[in-house]
Write a protein that binds this ligand. Sequence first.
Ligand code: AP5
Length: 250
Amino acid sequence: MMIESKHVHGLDHNIGTLPELQGLRPAAIIFLGPPGAGKGTQAQQVAKEHSLPHISTGDVFRTHVSNKTALGLKASEAMSRGMLVADDLVCNMVAEYIQSLDHVGCMVLDGFPRSVAQAEWLDRFLRTRTSGMNDLPHSAPIAVQINVERDQLLRRLSGRRSCSSCGRIYNLHFQPTRNDGICDYDGAKLQMRPDDAENVVRERLTVHEKNTFPLTEYYRRKGQLREIDGNDAVEKVRAAITRVTRMLTI
Ligand code: AP5
């Protein structure tokens, strides 16, 4: 089963056929997709390539959990069960992060929004943030949805390891490090996420399937959704994303 997509496997929907993308200055590039789709992998690259701020709500929550902050304590129960953290906690955290940025242009959002309520909040927040900035006409966000088959997701999540220091993402099956268990970049130890345990992964996939359709439709209706076939190798998926981003002014 292809998670999320109602369309034909192998096709990058809407890419290259929509002239309205050309020159658009999005306020954000949002990565949508099921757990293990490659949102983090691709978002890190897009942010680096274009020197954009990147927020992964999952990463920020994991930092709060490991630092045992008040927010981490509130989020950890939902996260360990594979459920979503409450919208108000997520939105407040994102607001705090965005307000802390010097940068007022495009940013990369990874794992946020995840519900229509969060998407509506984001639209309001971005409008308020850029109102009165006539010289910076950044428009609504673009959502890039990465669609991947369920079997492939399970394999990716069971093999995922990330650097305990810099957060770089690897995979035992698909993107191994040069030396076992050690980050290629800074030599720190790799770790496995507790929510990548098989029973939690199944719950995360179920939660995702329930929430995703309304969110996808929210962006599709407004012409802000671009779908990518994420089953291919990392570089091929990146190339498909580049076909979207190169049309934008970011
Ligand atoms: P979060 O951290 O966002 O987890 P997720 O959405 O489940 O997504 P993942 O990080 O598991 O996968 P990914 O798509 O980023 O894939 P990756 O690039 O790592 O959220 C965790 C939890 O926090 C949630 O369950 C929730 O509780 C809470 N939360 C976060 N945001 C929230 C929100 N907005 N609202 C409410 N709650 C929220 O890749 C996976 C693996 O596959 C890696 O090993 C990678 O190397 C490999 N890989 C990637 N691409 C490819 C490829 N093309 N081919 C082969 N392997 C690949």
